[in-house]
Design a binder for this molecule. Sequence first.
Ligand code: CLF
Ligand code: SF4
Length: 520
Amino acid sequence: MALEALDRSLSATAPAPAPAAAGGCSASGCGSSSDQLAHLPEHIRAKVHNHPCFSEEAHHHYARMHVAVAPACNIQCHYCNRKYDCSNESRPGVVSEVLTPEQAVAKTLAVAAEIPQMTVLGIAGPGDPLANPERTLATFRALSEKAPDIKLCVSTNGLALPELVDEICEHNIDHVTITINCVDPEIGAKIYPWIFWNNRRIKGVKAAKILIEQQQRGLQMLCDRGVLVKVNSVLIPGVNDAHLKEVSRVVKEKGAFLHNVMPLIAEPEHGTFYGLMGQRGPSNEELQALQDECAGDMAMMRHCRQCRADAVGMLGEDRGAEFTLDKVAEMDIDYAAAMQRRAEVHAAIEANRAAQRQQRSETFIPITSLKGTMQRRKPQPAPAAAQAARFAVATTGGGVINQHFGHAREFLIYEAAAVGDDVDVRFLAARKVDLYCAGGDTCGDAEDALAKTIRTLEGCTGVLCSKIGIEPWDRLEAAGLVPNGEHAMEPIEDAVAAVYRELLAEGRLDTPAAATALSA
Ligand code: CLF
Ligand code: SF4
């Protein structure tokens, strides 16, 4: 691995500077979403602690990659065009390069050496991995021998699942995602026009009934064998939106670990049935409302990026272009040596996570003045029953605020709310934006991009980033958003709690933007 790659990953995960005084984020009230795994038994935590999809905290630190070895599919979804990747697990619109198992293994070893924080190899398309069992299982088999430190993960529509459960367990595939959009065949018939089953094409309600039965059987069998199952559901307004709470209840009862409700992506240019019929996807607010409703029944995933079937890197970034087949062929990988470096990087990441947890529990909230002079003051209790407010955060990972506003391709949305004397901070979603500033002479469309970004951040009260220019600062303020560049390299939840307290103390949460957040 190139030394600078190791340096980059280590510096990205270096412990955040510890504040100088004591007080306590927990003690002073930062209810962190990062402690979401604390209640789980040790053996489950060990399985998910470095899986960026199964653990929200892990996604700040660890990366995943997909290898596109599975071209065929055994069903048709109305939101899928076979020219594109399987949209059960990846967004439509980009075709993947289909790999042989051998090519997939070579690529995985190359990525593991170059991106040591990559911990999970997933197969998620471009068709259905279990409709291509030989290619999928051959890839997993080779990787479990050659790269035993990488977790294996597969995503499926579930039709072929029950018959393959034993092999999945044999290959140490500890994480399985099943896309379950319904448990009612009448609703299923509106989503799936046909399935291919026992060498026959079956249509309508009968097809949906078989698919649902197979999905539920497969889910139960995996849970009975201790495999962690995540259920993905595509939220299709007017089709299954009122039904997904029931789906959540049923899959939780069977033992699913996590439910990931994803928005339908349907554009006419994708050529899908829904896209051509004008079926709309949900708004951010509709998606979040449904996730909140389902959350009463089970743990929800909210940080999904609907990534490509050949995605490489941290969630939200795509480094696939660095690992095309020709580039991989030129790399000389010593995987034994790479494993040593991977272990060092993982140890550094875990030390960083431990330091952040410690900081959350021991330090007071740092407060900075809007003029930029660092000040500290004792934590001030938030008034009881104060309102919730949302904040958009620019980060490249590591769990800290470390990205320039103009370089952000996405913002993480957090909600802060006073609960008694504490401030509870929870992660809500990731929202993609166009790059506002690419540097040099490429900011020609910056005006437009900024206007779009501001629209994307609708409902937020403030924006936290490591730095921000004067012009976007003014534009954000004019749009009713509070920009803040004062918390660079601080843990996200601490910084959000600090800004929330500051605005609350100054009586600035009664702005229209804050009101929008509350009414959403
Ligand atoms: Fe890939 Fe999926 Fe495994 Fe993750 S993705 S197979 S569970 S390693 Fe993750 Fe991407 Fe969302 Fe999938 S962010 S689309 S949930
Ligand atoms: Fe497309 Fe995936 Fe559905 Fe198959 S399961 S039709 S590849 S979205």
